[in-house]
Ligand binder design. Structure first.
Ligand code: ATP
Ligand SMILES: Nc1ccn([C@H]2C[C@H](O)[C@@H](COP(=O)(O)O)O2)c(=O)n1
Length: 234
């Protein structure tokens, strides 16, 4: 018999995935969502969209109350289609712009603003609560804060060297190796001051993707969904 914390309405199944930068959260979450016919929530993209807004305003990212006010007054469109999630800020499509290196370099400043986190977490919880038949949400605090009652919770990890190499391959010649390390190692250090994604919380399954293909990681999470779904049916 599942305990009360793992019970969810029968029409909504939540999969929560956390992990450090480059561990494969986005690729894996999209793959799982597509296979299961679920929605996909990229919470990192929400912090990126908020950062895009700050960098395109006259507010300094270090001015925490002003940043929070700017974000509170903005309209964020958050796409949840795993095939093509679209993000807008005040009606403007920022889907590509939020992946630019200058956003990656600054996003931790906005993501460590606790007022901003409170707002974005509340929005994430609303999106998850409205999703049917299910949703795969990924980020840094999904298993612990945003959806701690999700029946499937995964901490996806990989060796730092593998994560840096993956990011370097992805970015090609666009950035130097020291910029790649900054995007992966320094960002994790800053982000881990406000979210606990370096060790698994009780009940969270750790998957080490260092020596697994993307397809193997997706298979493992789909197996966990299958097992949890059968348990919930009992
Ligand atoms: N199991 C895997 N094996 C090899 N490469 C992978 C694997 N999973 C993901 N990748 C590749 O690693 C890179 C980083 O993956 P992804 O963007 O999904 O990571 P992430 O954890 O979401 O990172 P971030 O939090 O920084 O956005 C991508 O180029 C992706 O194709
Ligand atoms: N739940 C989350 C998701 C993301 N962040 C922060 C940490 C990252 O630096 C940034 C962008 O995330 P990415 O797109 O690289 O996964 O957002 C967070 O604090 N909490």
């Amino acid at each position: 018999m599942p305990d009360a914390s793992s019970r969810q309405p029968a029409d909504r199944f939540v999969v929560a995935i956390d992990g450090p930068s480059g561990s494969g959260k986005s690729s894996t979450a999209r793959g799982v969502a597509e296979r299961m016919g679920y929605a996909y929530l990229d919470t990192g993209a929400m912090y990126r969209a908020a950062t895009w807004l700050v960098l395109n305003s006259d507010v300094d990212a270090a001015e925490q109350p002003l940043v929070a006010k700017l974000i509170a007054e903005a309209d964020f469109g958050i796409g949840t289609d795993p095939k093509a999630p679209v993000f807008t800020v005040n009606g403007l499509d920022v889907t590509q712009a939020i992946r630019e290196p200058q956003i990656s370099a600054s996003v931790s400043k906005v993501a460590t603003n606790l007022d901003v986190r409170r707002m974005l977490i509340a929005r994430q919880q609303e999106i998850i609560a409205a999703a049917a038949p299910g949703i795969v949400a990924e980020g840094r605090d999904i298993t612990t804060v945003v959806a701690p009652d999700a029946p499937v919770r995964v901490l996806l990890v990989a060796d730092p060297a593998a994560r840096v190499a993956r990011r370097q391959t992805e970015l090609g010649g666009q950035v130097t190796i020291s910029d790649v390390r900054d995007q992966v190692i320094r960002r994790d250090r800053d982000d881990s001051t406000v979210a606990q994604f370096e060790a698994a919380a009780p009940g969270v399954t750790v998957i080490d993707s260092t020596d697994l293909t993307l397809a193997q990681v997706i298979d493992r999470i789909c197996d966990l969904i299958d097992t949890a779904g059968r348990t919930m049916d009992v």
